[in-house]
Write a protein of this length. Structure first.
Length: 193
């Protein structure tokens, strides 16, 4: 049952976002040593967020104010990234590349969206199995989640690049589209409807 961590890791990173686009952009520029460092950092921060969220799952579930604060910070961060992506200058490819890397690194380190994600995922996982640091099941789950995350990054590195080349898209167009989606998601989540 702990193998569900692979599916959760894959699902968590399969949708386009700052981190995936950063990995794709680094892979496209063939900076493989830098890519390995970034992948190591992604897995490290993903695992830290996973362990903290799942360890504090009951506290986060029971403290609605804390959870709401984390969720609100997530919306602000997503909205700011959306604005940054929409309004960056498109004619300077070096700057677009740099901004994609910066947004990816910021998203990787300051990733408050991960806590709400792991609260929901943790509730689902706890229905099937109890994760405990004492018996090692939590760390085994985190390892499987890292495998899923690597699978998602691999899809972006290999298939994502082919799709972009096939449709002749570039990172600036994807950033503009994702920036719009981010802003619309925040407006949707904060609207009273």
């Amino acid at each position: 049952m702990l193998l569900i961590g692979i599916a959760i890791g894959l699902y968590g990173y399969i949708f386009p976002g700052n981190i995936n686009l950063m990995v794709l952009e680094i892979f496209r520029t063939k900076k493989y040593r830098f890519l390995l460092i970034i992948l190591g950092l992604i897995l490290s921060f993903e695992s830290i967020y996973c362990v903290i969220s799942l360890t504090l799952l009951n506290t986060l579930k029971s403290n609605q104010n804390l959870y709401s604060t984390i969720e609100f910070i997530s919306y602000i961060l997503i909205f700011l990234f959306g604005l940054w992506m929409l309004f960056e200058k498109r004619n300077n490819h070096v700057k677009t590349y740099r901004n994609t890397i910066y947004r990816g690194i910021i998203s990787m380190i300051i990733h408050p969206q991960q806590i709400p994600f792991w609260v929901v995922a943790g509730i689902l996982v706890n229905r099937f199995t109890h994760l405990s640091a004492g018996n090692g099941s939590l760390y085994l789950f985190v390892t499987f989640n890292a495998v899923g995350t690597l699978l998602a990054m691999g899809i972006y590195m290999f298939v994502g690049n082919k799709i972009l080349n096939f449709f002749k898209f570039n990172t600036a167009q994807i950033n503009r589209a994702m920036g719009s989606v981010y802003i619309l998601l925040v407006i949707y989540h904060l609207s009273p409807f």
